[in-house]
Design a protein around this ligand. Sequence first.
Ligand SMILES: C[S@@+](CC[C@H](N)C(=O)[O-])C[C@H]1O[C@@H](n2cnc3c(N)ncnc32)[C@H](O)[C@@H]1O
Length: 216
Amino acid sequence: MSAADFYTRWAELYDHVSRSIPGIAGLRKRTAEALELELGDTVVEMGCGTGANLAYLRKEVGPEGTVIGVDFSAGVLDRAREHVEREGWENVHLVRGDAIQPPLREADAVVATFVVGMFPDPEAVVESWCEFVGPGGRVALLNAARSRRAYGPLVNLPFRAFVYASTPHKRRFDDPTGVLDERVAAGHGALERRCERTVHDDGALGLVRLTAGRVV
Ligand SMILES: C[S@@+](CC[C@H](N)C(=O)[O-])C[C@H]1O[C@@H](n2cnc3c(N)ncnc32)[C@H](O)[C@@H]1O
């Protein structure tokens, strides 16, 4: 099963989980704020899933701004569309496409939450997003990886089980959590190198990392 089909199959469950994990709403809000958006800006969310970030992004750009969600999975986009229609958000648009080669021309900012760990070469993709927004544009990444805090071993055990259950193509990897750690580090590292005024934060017992900055 492809990753896009995996997310289509689990869209309803994912929609629930992505909004209800304790502390997740605060992390999504902090991520949207870290983009330092201005009213009227255009922000693109890569791999928007069922749309759990859309409300926070829309608040930052205001009704005169634009929010565009991109995802390659039809099922999660259907869910996201239901939320957008229910809320009556006319400035939120959803596009089916590949976040690695987004079918878009320009934007002020890009955000991707819990996505770069799915890319074989996250560094190259984050670089391309920085090129896409250009100098002065903003990029924010929020991702889960193993906790590096003192009590890490305790929380990393259930985290490994969660990663295993939620990884498409898990049989391709001996150690899905190790691969995720490496990809998250590569993506966040690339963003740090390309940006100034970088913001770092973490939450959820050190399991979730936020990096955001302004492209130089
Ligand atoms: C773990 S979910 C995260 C969804 C959402 N960003 C959130 O925070 O809830 C990963 C999402 O990325 C999407 N995705 C992964 N690779 C993609 C790609 N190359 N192009 C577009 N979407 C992609 C999947 O379809 C899925 O919806």
